[in-house]
Design a binder for this molecule. Structure first.
Ligand SMILES: Cc1cc2nc3c(=O)[nH]c(=O)nc-3n(C[C@H](O)[C@H](O)[C@H](O)COP(=O)(O)OP(=O)(O)OC[C@H]3O[C@@H](n4cnc5c(N)ncnc54)[C@H](O)[C@@H]3O)c2cc1C
Length: 451
């Protein structure tokens, strides 16, 4: 261990401080390997130590010591982020929060959890009271609550309740990265600066998420000959009275790349993966039939949640390792959405393979996570493709950068930087990820000197 680190072993116990490449290398990887650009970018980074505190007071002691010694500090949940969010760009410490886990309280419409709580455990605790999480990532079996709030965006449930910014995060509590850390509670829209900002504005110690009445869902899928018809169906389904938790639109040949279930689909099938209230199954089947689609129940295993959102990339990368992906937002009106879908299909058949998660908060926000394949010359052709999508009015997010602003989810960062000035005066929280450019922060910088 580098000698000028604080005595973390004295604070936590030696078994809670991991050092040496063999024990820390696993913490220098996440799912940014989906991106051909991010894949190699942070590979030169190292850490002095990985810390595994067991409680919020232990976490506060770590934060205080790191602030005193100006040690860069990157928080980490389960490391399933796709954008390199939890990979330290500067040497220092990684703090793994998975042992600070547990449900603190379940009340009507609200669950309060510790940061390292696995989202599935939160869902189970909610269900025990007749409620369910309004939203959770499709990686809910492994992802932590603080990782979802700080690094995610939407997921299972978003077809009915939208994304993180749609009132689904009721409150968060953060520790400031100061010698004497302060605990700040942020409620409702005050919590926005923490959402999807990669732990750059505070160390999250408590998360309060929205619950809704529990329902029993049935997984199924609909298949169509024509992709625009499938897209119109998906749009109408998410706007219907049929209570859906997932509406995932997948252009051919995506579903035939889903290895474990590929034989459910004939070549050329455009599919919509659906989680809808079990009691409405008959209506759903009818809804598909009048649109001349084919409807089937999904098999028991593997669960349907293993295929939408970023899971789709998992399977397409496996089928075609050279492929890549993008993130984008389509129009939030039906006509505009369908025009964009048709235009992209015509201009980039088989190249920009459309995958759209239909999320609906106050309005429908179709979230595109398309596969890119067979682009002739990566950089020039990609720019042209992105410019074409922009010319249609689509908003492009860049999944190939680990900098908050360049990811495109967060928009204006003024309020964020103002909060960070108060919460992270020594700039030790996940340095390089906010107010920087990915293209200038890639090489690991040296640690700022302690005062
Ligand atoms: C197969 C697959 C499917 C996925 N599906 C979805 C999906 O449906 N929806 C979605 O939104 N995402 C999805 N993701 C991305 C990712 O899984 C989620 O965002 C997940 O919620 C991240 O949780 P984590 O515990 O792995 O966080 P990590 O990746 O460990 O961390 C994410 C970010 O949170 C920060 N952080 C963690 N804990 C704290 C804390 N206590 N205080 C401050 N900062 C903290 C980290 O520094 C990092 O910047 C998917 C990823 C994969 C690989």
């Amino acid at each position: 261990m580098t000698t000028d680190l604080p005595d973390f072993a004295g604070l936590l116990g030696a078994d809670r401080v991991l050092t040496g490449a063999r024990r820390t290398n696993g913490y220098l990887r996440d799912f940014s390997s989906y991106s051909p650009i991010l894949e190699n970018a942070p590979s030169t980074t190292t850490v002095d130590a990985v810390l595994r505190p067991r409680s919020v007071p232990e976490l506060a002691a770590v934060v205080s010591a790191a602030a005193r010694h100006r040690v860069p500090m990157t928080l980490r949940g389960s490391g399933t982020g796709n954008h390199g969010q939890s990979l330290p760009l500067q040497q220092g410490i990684v703090v793994d929060v998975r042992d600070i886990a547990g449900v603190l309280e379940v009340a009507p419409g609200r669950i309060s959890v510790l940061p390292g709580t696995i989202m599935r455990d939160a869902e189970e605790a909610a269900r025990a009271t007749g409620q369910e999480l309004a939203i959770m990532p499709s990686s809910y079996r492994v992802a932590t609550a603080s990782g979802f709030v700080c690094g995610g965006s939407a997921g299972i449930g978003s077809a009915a309740h939208g994304d993180l910014w749609d009132g689904n995060v009721l409150a968060v509590e953060i520790l400031t990265a100061e010698e004497n850390p302060r605990l700040i509670r942020l409620e409702g829209i005050e919590a926005f600066p923490v959402l999807h900002t990669y732990g750059t504005v505070g160390v999250v110690t408590r998360i309060e998420l929205r619950l809704t009445p529990a329902r029993r869902y049935e997984a199924s899928y609909a298949v169509f000959e024509d992709f625009t018809v499938a897209a119109a169906f998906a749009w109408d389904l998410v706007n219907s009275e049929l209570r859906t938790r997932l509406v995932s639109l997948q252009q051919a040949p995506l579903v035939t790349m889903f290895e474990p279930v590929a034989d459910l689909f004939r070549p050329g099938a455009h599919a919509v993966l659906i989680l809808a209230e079990a009691a409405r199954t008959e209506e759903l089947a009818g809804f598909v039939r009048v649109r001349e689609g084919m409807w089937q129940l999904w098999p028991e295993e593997p669960h349907i949640s293993e295929f939408p959102f970023s899971h789709t990339i998992l399977w397409t990368k496996k089928a075609e390792p050279e492929s890549s992906w993008l993130q984008c937002r389509y129009a939030d009106d039906r006509r505009g959405f369908l025009e964009q879908v048709a235009a992209v299909s015509t201009r980039y058949p088989g190249v920009l393979v459309q995958h759209v998660e239909l999320t609906k908060g106050l309005v429908v926000k179709p979230m595109g996570i398309p596969m890119l394949r067979g682009l002739p010359d990566h950089e020039g052709a990609l720019d042209e493709l992105m410019n074409y999508c922009r010319s249609l009015g689509m908003r492009l997010h860049n999944p190939h950068s680990c900098v908050v602003e360049e990811g495109g989810f967060v928009g204006e960062v003024g309020a964020l930087l103002a909060l960070k000035a108060r919460t992270d005066p020594h700039h030790i929280l996940n340095p390089g990820k906010l107010g920087d450019s990915f293209f200038t922060t890639r090489p690991p910088a040296t640690r700022p000197p302690a005062e």
